[in-house]
Design a protein around this ligand. Structure first.
Ligand SMILES: [Zn+2]
Length: 177
């Protein structure tokens, strides 16, 4: 698009004038007719900022800023996700041998009143239909913790991924200027 220079009218409007119009009669939107300055003088006037060129450029820089921020935020979320993932709580492996040892140690360390209480419980379990070791769902506790932590990781990965995709989409669908 050819450059156009802004010729001021006495009404205050600026008339865009192409170089081919230098020295010719031009008409302002107010109706006044005036003579466009010769080419040498015309070139000293401010250039018209062309909407057709400037607006997509401005949109593009805003879009680029938004896209970059989204990409950055997305990468950050995924990075936090990777970090969280690397420190996931582990579920201890259940070992009957280890449980037996712990139980034996508890018996050794127990006071006489502890032992009495244990005996009462033991008797009650017997009456309830046989002795069962106390059910403490240690494995379930760790599994729940691990699952909650994994859900946070998944949320970070998916939201980060969505942001990255939107950012890339903004970059890829950008108008070529
Ligand atoms: Zn005018």
């Amino acid at each position: 698009m050819a450059d156009r220079y802004l010729v001021p009218c006495q009404c205050g409007a600026q008339i865009p004038v192409g170089v081919h119009q230098a020295g010719t009669e031009i008409r302002c939107q107010c109706g006044a007719e005036l003579k466009a300055p010769p080419l040498r003088k015309l070139r000293e006037l401010p250039l018209e900022e062309s909407d057709a060129v400037e607006t997509p450029g401005a949109n593009w820089s805003v879009r680029k800023a938004v896209a970059s921020s989204l990409l950055l935020l997305g990468v950050l979320l995924v990075a936090i996700g990777v970090q969280r993932w690397s420190v996931l709580p582990t579920v201890p492996v259940y070992s009957a041998e280890l449980a037996k040892q712990n139980f034996a140690k508890q018996l050794e360390d127990a006071s006489s009143s502890d032992l009495y209480r244990f005996w009462i419980n033991f008797e009650m379990s017997l009456e309830d239909g046989g002795f069962k070791p106390p059910e403490v769902d240690v494995k379930g506790f760790y599994e729940d913790r691990r699952e909650a932590a994994l859900n946070v990781v998944y949320a970070l990965f998916s939201s980060g991924g969505v942001l990255i995709l939107i950012g890339l989409g903004l970059f890829l669908t950008a108008p070529r200027s």
